[in-house]
Design a protein around this ligand. Structure first.
Ligand code: ZN
Length: 146
């Protein structure tokens, strides 16, 4: 019988995202505190997540823009299951509708992650959290930044 102890580290860092060629401009933006999304030059609609083609009209004439970083809480779910590296439970996974139109998933900070505190349509603003080598967008209630 093996007597080898458990040598896994006790604290697991939150998983860090790995940029791909399609998402590199996005992560370059977050590193500078900018939330970048893509905008189609053919139909003028914005979208997220990063893709080389517009999901609305399939055009490949697309550019990167810096979003204002403002949005509203579209929906959320509260996870009561501890996930490695995600700290305390419960935590909310939110779908935020950006002012520019696209929706993105993010964690919510600066607010209790409870159904009482999370009001649908509440105004939110982007903030950034270090995760490994990357800076990851999170959202907080608008005006709550210290
Ligand atoms: Zn388009």
């Amino acid at each position: 019988m093996s007597t080898t102890g458990d040598t896994r580290p006790r604290t697991v860092p939150k998983p860090a995202p790995r940029p791909t060629p399609d998402t590199a401009p996005y992560w370059e933006g977050t590193a500078r505190g900018e939330l970048r999304i893509q905008r189609c030059n053919s139909c003028a609609r914005s979208y997220f997540y990063p893709r080389p083609y517009c999901p609305h009209c399939s055009s490949d004439d697309v550019s990167w823009i810096t979003a204002a970083g403002r949005g509203r809480l579209h929906t959320y779910l509260i996870s009561h299951r501890p996930a490695p590296g995600f700290g305390e439970v419960p935590y909310a996974i939110a779908v935020v509708e950006l002012e520019e139109g696209p929706r993105m998933m993010a964690n919510l900070v600066g607010v209790e992650n409870t159904p009482e505190a999370l009001v649908l349509d509440m105004p939110l603003e982007v903030d950034f959290e270090e995760r490994g080598d990357q800076s990851v967008p999170v959202f907080r209630p608008a005006g709550s930044a210290s």
